[in-house]
Design a protein around this ligand. Structure first.
Ligand code: NAD
Length: 423
């Protein structure tokens, strides 16, 4: 099995704070405001037992963190991964605050996670662990205060179990307590591929800005889960050639272009791309994949993939961050100097939370929209957000990440100032 590049080599929360500091300096935020926005507002750690299939008891550790709720209820996914820790959850919660502010939806930022490899659990164990975790964090979650969603290692079924658990506690069905639910139980049309759709739209806008023809572009996607597979499928549909994708089993490279729909069916059946075959296929590691010749690179797995150690070997002209935190600040600097155009995570992958917002609104109103309407509204928001960030980046001659942070942090700081400090 291929090794992953420098996973967790750098502390994601420290990185998130460094990124915030750059924007705080540009915005000239005072010391008090920096103190408020630099740290999460609430952190809940839970340790809870689950009876496993063999009758033994296992205690799991989970987290739910609210970074900031000034602009609305806390919003953010739940991750199931063995490398989850409090600093990762803090970083992801902070990034959610900025992401929601950037696309201007009325949410604060949150994130949660359990330290677990869900692939090692039976369906029965996964359900019990999820329901107990939902009960433990029910102190915090609810349609008016904190609305979880899927992230790495979680999916629509897990969201259905959380919704059902909270509904059992309350004694009535509470659709709007989570988003990313299955369509049969108050999910939204268009949610499954919303993050990938946003990634593909920002990739297209970036290519347009740089004068790169999408029809002649080659794209490489790291990660083939919810975000990676939908990004690959939609980028291909827009005319570019997907020459490589990867997952935890390694990278799959075909310079002639991969058969993405067949790969998606294979991954759905086998829970991974391991063993996938097609004519002309070459195997590469996840590290090598990032350095392939291409116009568009979409990291869509985990944090810290593009670092000071490999940034000077990246050949892509555009990086569209499907994942949260895939590029470290030292890599950012190297890539900016080399003229690589990075569409930052809080912009590129905001399609997911945008359609989650639509799902929450539909759940609260019990009035459901057509897929066409959802995709149109999403496209409008992504294009508007991309152009407002690009405008500031060009005006102030700063990277897109800095421009995106300036827009987002300013919105949260302004709201904080207007609301004032209680009591
Ligand atoms: P997922 O669990 O559906 O897929 C994750 C993918 O990454 C899988 O293909 C997995 O094999 C691969 N992966 C995991 N560990 C790996 C490793 N060590 N080496 C190589 N590949 C590895 O998760 P997802 O929901 O697609 O999330 C991917 C990224 O996108 C995360 O950074 C997440 O925070 C971010 N994101 C997700 C959403 C969403 O709506 N799901 C929204 C915004 C951002």
């Amino acid at each position: 099995m291929a090794t992953f590049v420098e996973e967790k080599a750098e502390n994601p929360f420290e990185i998130a704070q460094q990124q915030f500091d750059i924007a705080a300096d540009i915005l000239n935020l005072d010391h008090g405001m920096r103190q408020i926005l630099r740290v999460p507002q609430r952190e809940l750690t839970v340790r809870f037992p689950v009876t496993m299939d063999d009758g033994s008891v296992r205690v799991f550790t989970g987290y739910r963190v609210h970074h900031n709720i000034t602009r609305g209820p806390a919003k953010g996914g739940i991750r199931y991964h063995p490398a989850v820790d409090i600093d990762e959850v803090r970083a992801l919660a902070m990034w959610m605050s900025w992401k929601c502010a950037l696309v201007n939806i009325p949410y604060g930022g949150a994130k949660g996670g359990i330290v677990v490899d869900p692939k090692q659990l039976s369906t029965h164990e996964l359900e019990h662990m999820t329901r107990r975790f939902a009960s433990e964090i029910s102190l915090l979650i609810g349609p008016e205060k904190d609305i979880p969603a899927p992230d790495v290692g979680t999916n629509a079924q897990i969201m259905a179990w959380i919704m059902d658990t909270i509904s059992m506690h309350r004694g009535y069905t509470v659709p709007a307590v989570v988003t990313g639910k299955p369509i049969d139980v108050f999910g939204s049309l268009g949610r499954t591929d919303a993050t990938g759709r946003g990634v593909s739209i920002t990739a297209r806008e970036a290519a347009k800005h740089l004068g790169i023809s999408f029809a002649d572009a080659r794209a490489v996607v790291q990660g083939f889960g919810n975000v990676g597979s939908a990004s690959a499928a939609l980028i291909q549909k827009m005319g570019a050639k997907i020459v490589a994708v990867s997952d935890v089993s390694g990278g799959y490279y075909n310079p002639q272009g991969l058969d993405v729909p067949t790969m998606m069916r294979y991954a759905a059946q086998n829970r991974s791309l391991e063993g996938y075959k097609e004519p002309g296929l070459e195997h590469v590691t996840n590290g090598e994949l990032l350095e392939l010749e291409c116009e568009i690179l979409v990291p869509a797995a985990l944090e810290n993939q593009i670092t000071g150690a490999n940034a000077d070997r990246i050949k892509a002209r555009i990086i569209v961050e499907g994942a949260n935190g895939p590029t470290t600040p030292s890599a950012d600097e190297i890539l900016y100097d080399r003229g690589v155009f990075i569409v930052p995570d809080i912009l590129a992958n905001a399609g997911g939370v945008t359609v989650s917002y639509f799902e929450w609104v539909q759940g609260l109103q019990e009035f459901f929209w057509s897929e066409e309407e959802i995709n149109e509204r999403l496209e409008r928001i992504m294009i508007r957000s991309f152009s407002s960030v690009l405008e500031i980046a060009l005006r102030d001659r700063v990277p897109l990440r800095t421009a995106a942070y300036v827009v987002a942090v300013k919105r949260v700081a302004d709201a904080t100032l207007i609301r004032g400090i209680y009591p």
